[in-house]
Design a protein around this ligand. Structure first.
Ligand code: BES
Ligand code: MN
Ligand code: MN
Length: 456
């Protein structure tokens, strides 16, 4: 531990400078406008892995953005850790809400403000620097493989293909990912599950063209009104989702699991203040931690239709649309939920409109084991570097590829994330505490050390 701390403290500024360079590439995978920048971010990650001492570093081409692979095999009889992360980021819009530009990383109050600071460049880079540290201090205790992709934020479709085609190359004993949250530096935690996702776009069409709302209003259905009604009807008075069969496969938690989950430190008042809401909302009968970690949800991500420009235009729109996502929990299946949604939406739509439902990417939920050697190694590593036992929690976000690692490679994952839920992921003013960045770099080598030790 002393040696780790020494190396980090001697290289502090450089680590940060290098991360800043990575954060300056606007590697937005969703927007083709940034293609060149996404590719530059990929090159940068590959180069830094090489510089740190990785062998066989390759920028693997796919039908989309490349996957960076690199490895260090020290001894075939030792265990292998596969580190996964992503160098792509979400779009930075709305730009006007950023206090400083999203791709000009800025430090305020001990925090790095930039798109990708936490999700996931800051966290990926901790692994690159922890690897450098282990190489430079001659302390890499196991084999290590890196797979850093550029399409996580758009569904990881090409990574799915890559994984299926590269099973031998990706052989490992555990997948280690830092792309989730912990409660705080004072209350370190480890997420033990991720929700799945089913994402659809709906379009409601009324009359065959936009109409004068005075001339035709009252005679034909307004698709915006109908869409609002349909969406509103998908939660009942207890905020249960009304799609028939939606909860059929949901695995209920045991009383003990619920109790444990609710032991995690959580201050409802602070939570409300931070979010600027006077009251929380959600499914009746479950605590906030249960609702975000262990229950499925249905959210409108965007809704539009009709005139949204300056001033007033009296129009009865021909169409209205919405993007809707459903977060899934074990043992729900994304394809099945998408189908149930589609059937239900078509059924409840009145004859006065036509509806079209387009499925987008999906992903399956996962629960990661807490009795494995790898999880114990993560617990020990955190205990040593934070001086406190990590609290197991269930995360609300999704990393769809994790279920696929299990299915295709037969490998379980450890989610050792160092972000905070309040880091404004996908939101303006995304941030990452510098302290969490360094803490991560110090904790990761300990994970490898204990994983190698406990595997013997
Ligand atoms: N890193 C997040 C997922 C995450 C965040 C998990 C915080 C747990 C806590 C990841 O980059 C992400 O944003 N995933 C998307 C899904 C993807 C298919 C676009 C998500 O959860 O919305
Ligand atoms: Mn992420
Ligand atoms: Mn994300």
């Amino acid at each position: 531990m002393q040696e780790i701390k020494k190396y980090v403290s001697e290289n502090k500024q450089r680590f940060l400078d290098e991360l800043f360079e990575l954060l300056r590439f606007p590697s937005v995978s969703a927007d083709p406008k940034y293609k060149g920048d996404v590719l530059k971010a990929a090159d940068y990650v590959a180069q830094k892995l090489k510089d740190a001492g990785a062998d066989k570093v390759e920028i693997c081409q796919t039908a989309g953005y490349p996957i960076i692979y690199g490895e260090k095999i020290i001894d075939a009889t030792k265990p292998t850790v596969l580190v996964y992360g992503h160098y792509d980021v979400q779009p930075a819009d709305p730009l006007e809400l950023w206090k400083t530009p999203p791709f000009e990383p800025t430090i305020r109050d001990g925090k790095i403000y930039a798109r990708g600071a936490c999700d996931d460049k800051g966290q990926v880079y901790m692994h690159v620097k922890a690897f450098e540290l282990m190489m430079k201090t001659n302390s890499l205790p196991c084999n290590i493989k890196f797979m850093i992709e550029g399409e996580e934020e758009v569904g990881s479709n090409n990574l799915g293909i890559f994984v299926k085609e590269n099973k031998e190359r990706l052989k490992a004993d555990v997948v280690l990912i830092s792309d989730t949250s912990m409660i705080s530096l004072e209350n370190p935690s480890l997420e033990t599950g991720l929700r799945g996702l089913s994402y659809v776009e709906v379009e409601v069409t009324g009359p065959n063209r936009d109409l004068h709302s005075g001339v035709y209003g009252g005679a034909v259905a307004n698709p915006a009104t109908i869409l609002a009604k349909l969406i509103a009807s998908m939660h009942d008075e207890n905020n249960h989702i009304t799609i028939p069969g939606f909860y059929d496969d949901v695995l209920a938690l045991t009383e003990k699991e619920r109790e444990d989950l609710n032991k995690a430190p959580y201050d409802e008042n602070e939570y409300k203040i931070d979010l600027g809401v006077d009251e929380l909302w959600g499914e009746k009968g479950y605590s906030t931690l249960e609702r975000t970690g262990t229950r499925p949800t249905l959210e409108v991500n965007g809704i539009w239709g009709g005139y949204i420009g300056e001033g007033a235009k009296t129009v009865l729109p021909s169409k209205a649309s919405a993007k809707i996502s459903m977060r899934l929990v074990p043992n729900q299946q994304s394809d099945k939920i998408t189908k149930l949604f589609k059937e239900h939406f078509e059924k409840i739509a009145p004859k006065s409109v036509k509806v079209k439902i387009t499925p987008h990417h999906g992903g399956e939920p996962v629960v990661t084991p807490t009795d494995s050697i790898a999880f114990k190694a993560a617990q020990k590593a955190i205990l040593e570097s934070f001086g406190k036992e990590p609290i197991p929690t269930r995360g609300g976000g999704s990393i769809p590829i994790v279920a696929l690692f299990e299915k295709e490679l037969g490998i379980k994952t450890v989610l050792m994330g160092f972000g905070l839920d309040s880091d404004n992921l996908h939101s303006p003013n995304e941030k990452y505490d510098i302290a969490n960045f360094y803490k991560g770099i110090e904790t990761i080598p300990l994970f490898h050390k204990y994983f190698a030790e406990l595997s013997r």
